[in-house]
Design a protein around this ligand. Structure first.
Ligand code: NAD
Length: 246
């Protein structure tokens, strides 16, 4: 498809995994430019060269000064932003009794505060033309919880409630700025490769479609929500989980 024709996009956590696949999918769909942002862009060296419409930006989503610099650069180079994909995220799993404050703080900082800071920094670039689409990557853990993930569940649940607020707030004055979430189930990336095989086998047995998802399954959902095909959809959570949570 060419659903991103002429659109300027920003993707966070874009070097590898879901963010890489999302960036490539938006670029292949005709985006004018995809700004692929990551705290560590090194893994992107293997795939960036294939695109003349992807720019690599090394940036920490928790660093508001870096976000201001990105905003200034976008204003100068593009004068606008159409699509923001908040994808950067980390896990620091532990059972509640063993979870440290540092585990809590780092996950909430990157996964929740990072989404707030990034969206706050990018919003003025959407308000210039009174339209845009914000797609934030939550998780089914954010809606349903999970053992050993107090911090992660809180951060991903927070993204959903924040998004619902934005769906109401960002349209004031008639602006067509939409905000939605994707809630992936278990997708085959480095994040899930860190999960013990025994746990993965148990999870897989509970997935109605019988297998893990692939990054492209998530990227297709992002492309849809980002595009004008979803122009009347805002404040929603799209689960892409093979039917795991029903
Ligand atoms: P991943 O660990 O493979 O990739 C995450 C990327 O984010 C990495 O490149 C990392 O460097 C980057 N990142 C981390 N902290 C950052 C920061 N402070 N600033 C900028 N970039 C930062 O993970 P993934 O599996 O591709 O997951 C992507 C998103 O999808 C995450 O938000 C994750 O919580 C969510 N998710 C993943 C799954 C899954 O099964 N893989 C399921 C549900 C939700």
């Amino acid at each position: 498809t060419q659903d991103m024709q002429g659109n300027v996009c920003v993707v966070t956590g874009a070097a590898r995994g879901l963010g890489r696949c999302i960036s490539e999918t938006l670029a292949q769909a005709g985006a004018a430019q995809v700004y692929a942002c990551d705290i560590d862009m090194a893994p992107a060296e293997s795939w960036l060269g294939g695109y003349d419409n992807v720019s690599a930006i090394t940036l920490n989503v928790c660093d508001s000064n870096a976000l201001s610099r990105l905003s200034a650069r976008l204003l100068e180079e593009q004068g606008r932003l159409d699509v923001l994909v908040n994808n950067a995220g980390i896990t620091r799993d532990a059972l509640l009794g063993k979870m440290t404050e540092a585990d809590w703080d780092s996950v909430l900082d990157v996964n929740l505060k990072g989404v707030f800071l990034m969206t706050r920094a990018m919003l003025p670039l959407m308000q210039i033309h009174q339209s845009g689409s914000i797609v934030s990557i939550s998780s089914i853990v954010g809606t349903d919880g999970n053992i050993g993930q107090s911090n992660y569940a809180a951060s991903k649940g927070g993204i959903i409630s924040m998004t619902r607020g934005w769906a109401k707030e960002l349209v004031r004055g008639g602006a067509q700025i939409r905000a939605n979430c994707i809630a992936p189930g278990f997708i085959n990336t480095e994040m899930t490769q860190a999960v013990p095989q025994k746990v993965l086998d148990k999870m897989t047995a509970r997935i109605p479609l019988g297998h893990l998802g692939e990054p492209t399954d998530i990227a297709e959902g992002v492309l849809f929500l980002a595009s004008q095909r979803a122009r009347y959809i805002t404040g929603q959570v799209l689960k892409i989980d093979g039917g795991l949570v029903l």
